[in-house]
Design a protein around this ligand. Structure first.
Ligand code: GUN
Length: 283
């Protein structure tokens, strides 16, 4: 039996549609949600991602301010720019596009953003809030995965969730979120060998390793829910995930496609986090 696909593109489109009315209501109450996006340098992939974020904001009525800065800006100048945005009352959310040029410390930049405006959920205070179960901001990809799973009404408590990848933006926050929902969580990484020993046990497998065709049909349990976070270019330049889609779809219960799965959910959750930030700052 072929897996049911979880259509992130359609779920995200529905969510954007619902946000239009929500933004309209906020505007009537006197607040236009505002997102500042800082792009340092002209890395082509980053330029394209940032354009997508600005266009998403326009679609739902969020005010976006794109701040393009030269790749040779000093760290002090960038931190100063962030401090100004932290106190700007028309800006509720701040995103500094990563990666940064090598002469700038990512850690210092992330920590300079006010935690209440940190819609990436990368600030240690927001990570700490997930650990301790307090409301904060959850990384857009992690939040997007949870939203997708809501649509299939998957019970999480007692399930074995296996995550491949331990990044600060996906693997680590995802593991904490599932732990807080009473799942048994295993986090695998490049030194977890053999990887299939772990992935075969998963009721829910989340793959965020950044390696095309890492997971094959033999690596999963029949009927497993498989979430593919990977975004890789294959030899022909086509966008592919970390999961060998054609094989795995014959064995999984549910599967997310690439493109059209987690990617659009990550984008829409940035809008949702921005609305949340604006609402909290209105109170
Ligand atoms: N670069 C690639 N993905 C992301 C993201 O989710 N947030 C930021 N700030 N930079 C990125």
């Amino acid at each position: 039996m072929s897996a049911q696909l979880i259509n992130g593109k359609a779920i995200a489109a529905e969510k954007r549609k619902a946000m239009i009315a929500q933004v309209e209501l906020m505007k009537r109450k006197g607040t236009t949600p505002g997102l500042a996006v800082l792009l340092i340098g002209d890395h082509p992939a980053s330029v394209s991602y940032v354009k997508g974020k600005v266009s998403d904001c326009r679609e739902v009525g969020i005010h976006s301010q794109l701040i393009r800065l030269s790749g040779d800006i000093t760290e002090a100048e960038l931190l100063n720019q962030i401090h100004q945005l932290n106190v700007d009352r028309s800006i509720h959310a701040i995103l500094v596009q990563l990666p940064l040029p090598s002469h700038i410390s990512e850690q210092r930049v992330v920590q300079a953003i006010s935690p209440e405006k940190d819609v990436d959920g990368f600030h240690p205070i927001n990570i700490g809030r997930i650990v301790t179960g307090q409301p904060g901001f959850v990384s857009c990809t992690a939040a997007g995965i949870l939203e997708m799973l809501k649509t299939i009404h998957l019970p999480i408590a007692g399930k074995h969730v296996v995550i491949v990848g331990r990044s600060n933006s996906v693997g680590k926050p995802v593991s904490l979120l599932f732990l807080s929902r009473d799942a048994t969580v295993t986090v695998c990484h490049s030194k977890s060998k053999p990887l299939s020993l772990y992935t075969k046990q998963a009721d829910l497998l989340i793959v965020a390793a950044g390696k095309a065709s890492l997971i094959h049909a033999d690596d999963i349990k029949p009927g497993a829910v498989v979430i593919d976070v990977g975004m890789n270019r294959n030899a022909r330049g086509k966008l592919v995930g970390d999961v060998a889609f054609d094989e795995v779809k014959e064995k999984a219960g549910y599967l997310t496609p690439v493109p059209g799965g987690v990617g659009p959910m990550t984008r829409v959750m940035l809008l949702e986090n921005t609305l949340t930030a604006a609402m909290r700052q209105m109170e």
